[in-house]
Design a protein. Structure first.
Lengths: 783, 123, 505, 110, 162, 89
């Protein structure tokens, strides 16, 4: 498919020039760093500083890489011809003369700053030579008109590059001169080719023959331009080419290499003459056309020829009266390139009978011979399989992509445990060093004695924890052991002076058990052994390391003397927060903002759970782990009967816990959980439908109300110009009631209370609703 | 006492981590629970250990550091919310992929062991 | 005290509360109120930006409790920058969601707004534990959002995301415990005062704590080896969510900048520049991994997801080096990449919707609908993301390259960034040409229409990278000033002396 | 604190401890689930009750007011213990736990 | 609207009020006000969960019953303790107890009583609520158990719940 | 005198807890374990009360109250799971 080939060409061109661009960017940035400025003038002025700098080789390489890719130098020569077939927008972008010559101009621009060193010479001139020769050679074997021209362009760009590489000032002038000349004749040739394509409908020289008869005018123009390309005297191409030959001889290189430039130049000249001859003869003579798509071809409309005429005229003028015509332009351009003092050069038709002229003649004769003997060469060339760079490029890319894909897949393999392992290992890696240097450290405060009940409790906890891990595959048993751990943790909080924590832990514990029981119903009742022994060993080791690490830190931490900002809380809790339960005052006042965030988390979790399960269907196993079918009675009589008196009593307890919270252990959160659990008992004992019929509110709204109360309680203070969450409290004395406290923080705590109830119940009931027995599957129910 | 406390925290962390690295959601849930027990105790103990010094003004002479207690309370609540969500996520996972395996590909060999085991349990 | 500081938190909070009450309210009403909230948020954040631009620190002490005892919000240039970046992003994502992504279960807007609340708390808070709470708020909301839209594809990645972040939270708490157990404080400014005075064994404890904290932030920022949860999660999320999540990794980066420049900055004595020596190589490896992932991606969205990781690496390398220019450049690039990637996610989804069964997979398919428009949008996004001239990504990268002092670091950074860009370019051009150009015969049944809102939102989001170019000057000035402010934390410590309401001071 | 109350409290404490221990012993020693069920439901409940009572007396003497909480606790215990037992017995019968060979009549078999 | 103001479950309200007075240390104006509030508010929420009123006829007999039960509990504990500590194996029996009580509350009170008292645990109630399955830890025959329970507990309950 | 009694009691209750643990781990059946857990909860009540007496403070009584009010809910949930599967339906 031609179009797709074109696109591949475009992608290749993009990649090559883009990559080159990046290299160039890097080079320029380095230069900028060296000079300390990105002003072009400063850079050009600081040439010696740059060349002296250690980074110069890198910078030069990068800049040249950019230049070579852009100006299609070997080995990046391949993209240019393909770019010409690319989809119009892309080719317009790439193929515009600026883009193609950009690289060359670039070298011209940076010439003063970078040229004149060994590295410059070898890199530039040898690349130039290779390109010059290769381009000319390939051009000769192209059957496509544009292809021929394209590779000729490549070759000429090589020539110009070579000239810049030589590093002499005259060479630079010659380069500039040739840029100008090449632009003129190559542009006219491309247009001519365009006309022919337009008139005959093809660019294949094997079919295009003897056009002289059909479009003599165009033919004349094209032939003149082609001759200039070949370097025929009296035409501009000849002049710059002479200069080039001359310069190729001026290089003082060691030994045999000295012969390389002139020989390469002559060879290239021979090819150039040959393909130019082919362009003239094979197109305009050489018998009759072979079934052209458009037959017979005509002269194109006038306006199409005008630009060609102008350009060809330019070729002639420059060729015959160089000094008069191109002199000023050349001088100024050379001045710009060299950055000052332009060497004196002579623009004349003839410099006398000298070696360069001999080379030209040799090239001319050789070229004609080569063209006449072209069939041999074609035969010779045909022996080599022409490599399709596009295919190469495509296969390279696809190989890279494939490689990347396999690499990624092997690392990012969707194993949660691998990611978790990486996380754990990272933590170990970073914490290892400091902790190792800490070692088994016991601080100044030293160890306090262990009372044996606590010791036994700790032992029980440790055993239960280990047992949980050990028989985690026996899920129910593991859960029972887990709740033992939870219970002892709660007792631990009580043991170490944290009554509020003990209560919180206990109530959360119960809700969690219910939660896990609700979930376990749908899950397999035991875990199959998935991981291999080696893997288990690895995990045990990782676990052990983290455990030891935590032990060491804790030990060091607990035995170090310590002072904290908490003195402030103890001092201001009563006076500033109006409560004697400092923990609660911190929660609803000093750090009330944390608590606001905390209940928001709870609320979001519940809403998320609701959303997650809304349209989830789960089929529970028909029987338990040992295969006993579930019993029929869902709501045992005794439980049902107990649930009734329990609710009011529990509500009262929660009211009690709530109201005392500000001054004694308790508070909104714990009270909220008590209420939630009391209601949960109703659900468990009597089922979803009856309970929800009796609860006259939607949990969403309870959550919203909770958050709203908390926010309003906080925002109330704004009215008095105090910041958000500033608490106020007042000790009122009413006739009957007597003295009592009203605290804005209590409203905040009420918000907490409601949010907790709403969130807990919404979450658990959403899971309960999954049950196939539950009548209400739709969210329209009262929650 | 400090050493005992440290050992408890160490054990909780270790067992938690081990379970976290299991291939099924349920052990992971349990692992996270154990881990958060450990973490909460650790955060709690960052205010040092005190006996009978509950930070209720007037209930004793000197008081334990109340700030870590408040922090842990927040942590417990958030932990609960997260656990609940995770449990529901694994339920959802069960519903979507009718399996609670989350460790990429399932290994072949151990599965056979399971069958024998299942025979054994089928009492 | 300046109540504006609470606006970015209270606006979405109240908006979210409103949404919770509207469980069964008509959709148009919900949408109007929700988007109105986001618009308000953008306005408020712009006001904050104009305030912060004077280079001073503004403190808001909740409950009128003097720091370090109460929780404070602190507004500086960085905070304002992050808030604006987020709220603008959020607005377009929100608009896009009105195209139908917000349907299904009725919690989308609630979660979306709470997510913004969490993000803004994280950016504004001056308290370490409150930062933890902020993380939890934004995480739990993100869990919900990630799973929004149903379908089985996102369950497993979602599960991974949740579990890893839960472990992360545990590590965060442990770190807080370690740091508190030595310094006895949680306020960041106070920590910046106390940490330099730490000595002896305590030093090791704080060091361990600080390093573990870095791991937590690294997990959020998705730095190798903690980045593997991200690609599948993002690639499977619904468009507006994935786009919004472009900012999630930036939260981690923000936290690193904030904590490690303020608390463990140059003045932190023995703990100065803690962990930064780890961060630089990791950033480069992350970048490399991201590039490889992008090359190997077999659909547009995972390509873009890997682009997120590329950006993270590109961002963190200069931050780790910690020069003023580097941080400024990183911030500039952060703005660009966040918006660009978000835009790409939106565009990719539109593409997926118009390629029939092929979706956004990088395979040949029948000619898609709306090819011209979408290909142009994708081209803009890709050019900006890959960092080609003339779009914002290019300037960002150039700034970053320029910011490095010559030396080994420079060699590493440059070669990785430049080669990376080259390969990214190849990845994008391959993806683009296959998706848009390499068509097979046959046509898609039922061309689904391209809804106005989504197209406009996606277009605008992408166009932002052009806007950045247009405003490159001012933006760069701002980021420069921000970097300068960050590197001189002494002024930040002044907040400890901020007068409370009712104190004459 | 006058010696009488001290004796009383100590006695109650010891009684409570003893019963709690016996209940646990029963749980540990008795041969099958249903026999084990008896220990906790009776002995332990009573034991805790006794300890509660001692606590009530103790704090009433230390002048921290008469503690209703303890009473409430005991009430809740006595309300809930039988229900827990009942639920557990049901589940045990459902699973069909092993019973002592000399147990007479196993209704769930019929 | 007015019926919202009355106390739907007066007995319960009274109970709550009294308990509250105990809970809040000492009777004060505040505690009375709060107690009244709760005594009104809580039943408002909960009476829906307790549709039919507990059909007490002779409620004053309850204290006596409770006293008996409490006493028996203590005795029970001693006997169970003896049994637990003695080396000899117990003689457990499952007894199917024919219920004469009808009211479910009464039944569950009886069941609870049985569970708390000498050597018996009520294991299950038949679906038709006619038979109570009892596990006796150490009993000679079914009939002894049945008679003991019937005379000591079910009769008084039957008098209370008509 | 009272202190001694207190210590002995604590010893007995702790020992009781250990015996519960024995049953909890030994099983053999799920109901045995749950029963053991339930008993453990009740022992916890005792321990908290004893702690309060030892410290001479009432600050921990409500923790005990909480266990009494809610402890059995866990047991009920587990028991119901064992026989019925779905705890809430
Ligand atoms: Na021909
Ligand atoms: Na307060």
């Amino acid at each position: 498919n031609h179009k797709q080939g074109a696109r591949r060409g475009a992608r290749m061109a993009l990649a090559v020039t883009g990559g080159g661009g990046l290299a160039l960017l890097a080079g320029i940035l380095i230069i900028g760093n060296i000079v300390g400025s990105f002003e072009l003038d400063d850079v050009l002025a600081a040439g010696d500083q740059i060349k002296a700098h250690a980074m110069y080789p890198v910078a030069l390489t990068l800049v040249l890489l950019g230049a070579f890719t852009k100006s299609a130098q070997f080995p990046f020569h391949f993209w240019l011809p393909h770019a010409m077939e690319a989809p119009t927008p892309v080719s317009a972008y790439l193929h515009s003369a600026t883009m193609v010559k950009a690289g060359v101009f670039l070298m011209a621009r940076f010439y003063p700053a970078l040229a004149g060193t060994e590295q410059w010479f070898y890199m530039v001139s040898f690349t130039g030579m290779a390109t010059l020769l290769l381009g000319a050679y390939i051009a000769m074997f192209k059957h496509d008109l544009k292809g021929l021209l394209a590779y000729s362009t490549v070759s000429h760009l090589g020539l110009i590059t070579l000239l810049f590489g030589m590093g002499t000032k005259l060479a630079a002038v010659a380069a500039v001169f040739h840029i100008i000349n090449h632009a003129t004749f190559k542009a006219s040739l491309f247009m001519a080719a365009g006309i022919i394509d337009h008139e005959t409908g093809t660019r294949d020289m094997r079919r295009i023959n003897g056009l002289w008869r059909y479009m003599p005018h165009t033919a004349t123009l094209a032939m003149v331009a082609a001759s200039s390309m070949a370097g025929v005297p009296l035409l501009n191409g000849f002049l710059s080419k002479e200069m080039f030959f001359a310069e190729s001889l001026q290089l003082n290189l060691p030994g045999v290499i000295a012969w390389l430039p002139p020989i390469v130049a002559t060879l290239a000249g021979i090819f150039a003459v040959a393909y130019s001859a082919r362009f003239i003869h094979d197109v305009f003579f050489n018998g009759k056309p072979v079934n052209l798509p458009i037959y017979p071809p005509h002269e194109p409309p006038r306006y199409m020829k005008i630009p060609v005429e102008i350009l060809v005229f330019a070729c002639l003028m420059v060729g015959m009266f160089p000094a008069f015509s191109v002199g000023p332009l050349l001088y100024s351009a050379s001045f710009a390139t060299l950055g000052g003092e332009v060497p004196d050069y002579k623009l004349a038709l003839m410099h006398g009978f000298n070696l360069p002229l001999m080379m030209s003649i040799a090239a001319f004769v050789g070229g004609l011979i080569m063209y006449t003997q072209r069939h041999k060469f074609f035969a010779f060339h045909a022996r080599f399989r022409e490599i399709d760079e596009k295919a190469v490029f495509a296969s390279v890319v696809s190989r890279i992509v494939d490689l990347a894909h396999r690499f990624t897949a092997s690392i990012e393999n969707g194993s949660l445990q691998r990611y978790g392992m990486l996380l754990v290992v990272s933590v170990i890696a970073v914490a290892m060093v400091p902790l190792a240097s800490l070692g088994v450290f016991v601080g100044e405060s030293g160890l306090s004695p262990v009372d044996w009940p606590t010791g036994i409790a700790a032992a029980v906890l440790i055993v239960s924890a280990l047992a949980t891990a050990f028989c985690h595959r026996e899920r129910f048993m593991a859960l029972v052991l887990l709740s033992v751990v939870g219970l002892i943790v709660a007792l631990g909080f009580a043991r170490f002076s944290a009554p509020d924590l003990a209560m919180t832990q206990l109530s959360v514990e119960v809700v969690t058990i219910v939660l896990l029981m609700l979930a376990l119903y749908y899950m397999p009742s035991w875990t199959p052994r998935d991981s291999l022994a080696g893997r288990r060993l690895r995990d045990v080791v990782l676990a052990a390391i983290t455990g030891i690490g935590m032990t060491l830190v804790t030990l060091a931490m607990l035995t170090q003397p310590f002072s904290s900002i908490s003195e402030f809380f103890l001092e201001n809790s009563k006076s500033g927060g109006g409560g004697t339960n400092v923990v609660n005052v911190i929660l609803v006042d000093f750090r009330g903002f944390d608590t606001l965030g905390e209940i928001t988390v709870l609320a979001i979790a519940a809403l998320g759970i609701y959303a997650l399960l809304k349209d989830t269907a789960l089929t529970p196993p028909p029987s338990d782990g040992q295969g006993h079918a579930w019993t029929r009675d869902a709501h045992p009589l005794m439980l049902k009967q107990l649930a009734r008196p329990l609710l009011p009593l529990a509500l009262m307890v929660s009211a009690y816990i709530f109201l005392r919270g500000h001054n004694l252990p308790g508070g909104g959160f714990i009270a909220g959980l008590i209420t939630s659990i009391a209601l949960l008992v109703q659900y468990i004992a009597t089922g979803l439908v009856p309970t929800q019929d009796r609860i006259r509110f939607k949990y969403h709204n309870v959550i919203g109300l909770g958050l709203l109360f908390a926010t309003i309680a906080g925002a109330g203070s704004l009215a008095f110009g105090h910041p958000f969450l500033t608490s106020t409290f007042e000790y009122l004395k009413w006739p009957v009631v007597g003295k009592f406290e009203v605290a804005s923080a209590l409203i905040f705590d009420l918000g907490v209370y409601l949010a907790v109830i709403g969130a807990t119940l919404l979450a658990l009931v959403s899971i309960g609703r999954l049950s196939p027995h539950s009548a209400i599957r739709s969210p329209r129910g009262k929650s | 006492m400090e050493l005992v406390f440290a050992l408890v925290i160490g054990t909780l962390t270790a067992t938690g981590v081990y379970l976290l690295l299991r291939a099924r959601t349920f052990p992971v849930v349990m692992g996270l629970t154990l881990l958060s027990y450990g973490v909460n105790l650790f955060l709690f103990s960052s205010g040092r250990l005190a006996t009978g010094q509950q930070p209720i003004l007037g209930s004793t002479e000197n008081y334990a550091d109340p700030l870590p207690q408040a922090l842990v309370l927040t942590a417990i609540v958030i932990g609960f919310a997260m656990t609940a969500f995770l449990v529901v996520m694994s339920l959802r996972n069960l519903a979507d992929n009718d399996d609670d395996h989350v460790d990429g590909k399932q290994p072949k060999r151990p599965a056979e062991e399971d069958e024998q085991e299942e025979e054994a349990r089928g009492k | 005290m300046n109540h504006w500081l609470t606006a970015p938190i209270l606006i979405p909070l109240l908006g979210g509360i409103l949404q919770t009450f509207m469980g069964y309210a008509p959709m148009p009403l919900r949408r109007t109120l929700a988007v109105a909230t986001t618009v308000l948020l953008v306005a408020a954040s712009l006001i904050l930006l104009s305030m912060a631009d004077d280079g001073s620190y503004r403190v808001y002490a909740f409950g009128n409790w003097q720091p370090p005892f109460g929780i404070v919000l602190v507004l500086d240039r960085l905070a304002a920058f992050m808030v604006v970046m987020t709220s603008v992003l959020a607005l377009f994502c929100h608009l896009f969601s009105l195209g139908g992504a917000d349907e299904g279960n009725r919690q989308f807007h609630t979660l979306f707004l709470f997510q913004l609340m969490g993000l803004n708390i994280a950016f504004l808070t001056g308290d370490l534990f409150n930062l933890f709470v902020a993380f939890e708020v934004l995480l739990i909301a993100s869990y919900g959002l990630l799973m929004h839209g149903g379908g089985t594809a996102r369950t497993v990645p979602g599960l991974h995301y949740v579990v890893l972040n839960l472990i992360g939270s545990a590590i965060f708490l442990i770190s807080v415990g370690m740091i508190y157990s030595v310094t006895g404080t949680l306020n960041m400014a106070d920590l910046a005062v106390k940490v330099p005075q730490v000595t002896g064994e305590n030093l090791q404890i704080v060091k361990a704590g600080g390093m573990m904290l870095l791991i937590v932030f690294a997990l959020k920022a998705a730095i190798l080896p903690l980045c593997f949860w991200l690609p599948r999660a993002y690639a499977n999320a619904t468009a507006p969510v994935a786009a919004l999540f472009a900012v999630m990794t930036k939260v981690g980066i923000y936290a690193i900048i904030r904590v490690y420049l303020l608390i463990f900055g140059d003045n932190a004595g023995e703990l100065a520049n803690l962990g930064m020596d780890w961060l630089f190589p990791l950033a480069l490896i992350t970048l490399a991994m991201g590039v490889i992932g992008a090359l190997g991606a077999d659909n547009l969205r995972s390509l873009i997801a890997w682009q997120v990781i590329i950006s993270v690496g590109t961002l963190l390398a200069p931050i780790a080096l910690g020069s003023r220019e580097g941080i400024s450049a990183a911030l500039f690039y952060m703005l660009s990449t966040t918006w660009t990637v978000a835009g790409l996610f939106l565009v990719a989804t539109l593409i997926a919707n118009h390629r029939g069964s092929a979706g956004d997979r990088i395979i040949t398919a029948p000619k898609m609908h709306h090819r011209t428009l979408l290909s142009v949008l994708f081209l803009i996004g890709a050019v900006a993301a890959a960092g080609l001239p003339p779009l914002s990504g290019f300037f960002g990268k150039v700034l970053i390259l320029q910011s490095v002092e010559p030396g080994t670091n420079m060699a590493w950074l440059w070669s990785v960034v430049l080669i990376g860009s080259f390969l990214t370019l190849i990845a994008y051009s391959r993806a683009g040409s296959i998706v848009f150009w390499r068509t097979v015969d046959g046509h898609l049944n039922a061309p689904d229409r391209l809804s106005g809102t989504t197209a406009v939102a996606a277009g605008a989001m992408t166009a932002l990278s052009i806007v950045i170019v247009a405003l490159a000057g001012p933006i760069n000035e701002y980021t420069d000033a921000t970097a300068a402010q960050l590197l001189d934390p002494s002024a930040y410590l002044e907040i400890l002396k901020a007068p409370m309401v009712g104190e004459d001071n | 604190m006058n010696p009488f109350t001290e004796y009383l409290i100590s006695g109650l404490l010891l009684l409570g401890g003893a019963f709690t221990l016996i209940g646990a012993l029963g749980l540990a020693r008795l041969p099958d689930f249903f026999t084990r069920l008896h220990g906790p439901t009776k002995a332990t409940t009573l034991g805790v009750g006794a300890i509660m009572l001692s606590s009530v007396f103790f704090f009433s003497t230390t002048g921290e007011g008469l503690g209703i909480s303890e009473i409430l606790i005991t009430v809740f215990l006595f309300l809930t213990a039988p229900v827990s037992a009942n639920m557990l017995a049901k589940s045990a019968m459902h699973i069909g736990v092993e019973t002592m060979d000399n147990t007479q009549g196993q209704p769930w078999d019929q | 609207m007015l019926d919202r103001l009355r106390f739907p479950q007066p007995w319960l309200s009274l109970l709550l009020f009294v308990t509250w007075q105990f809970l809040s240390d000492g009777v004060s104006g505040a505690s009375v006000v709060m107690g009244l509030l709760l005594a009104w508010l809580i039943p408002q929420i909960t009476h829906g969960f307790w549709p039919e009123r507990p059909a007490f006829v002779k409620a004053w007999r309850m204290p006596k019953y409770l006293a008996i039960v409490l006493w028996d509990i203590i005795i029970a504990s001693f006997s169970v303790a003896k049994l637990i500590l003695s080396p000899r194996k117990p003689q457990p029996v499952f007894v199917c107890y024919p219920l004469q009580l009808e009211h479910p509350l009464a039944i569950s009170i009886l069941a609870s009583t049985i569970s708390l008292t000498p050597g018996t645990v009520s294991a299950d109630v038949s679906d038709d609520e006619r038979i109570l399955l009892i596990h006796a830890l150490d009993a000679g025959s079914d009939q002894e158990v049945i008679d003991a329970i019937h005379n000591r507990y079910e009769k008084p309950l039957m008098e209370m719940f008509k | 005198m009272m202190t001694i009694a207190l210590y002995i009691t604590i010893a007995m209750v702790t020992l009781a807890a250990l015996l519960n643990m024995y049953r909890l781990i030994k099983g053999p059946d799920a109901p045995d374990r749950v029963l053991a857990l339930d008993t453990l909860y009740i022992n916890a009540i005792a321990l908290i009360i004893l702690l309060g007496i030892t410290l001479g403070t009432r600050m921990y009584l409500e923790s005990a109250l909480l266990i009494a009010v809610m402890g059995f809910v866990g047991t009920v949930a587990m028991a119901k799971y064992l026989k019925r599967g779905s705890v809430i339906e």
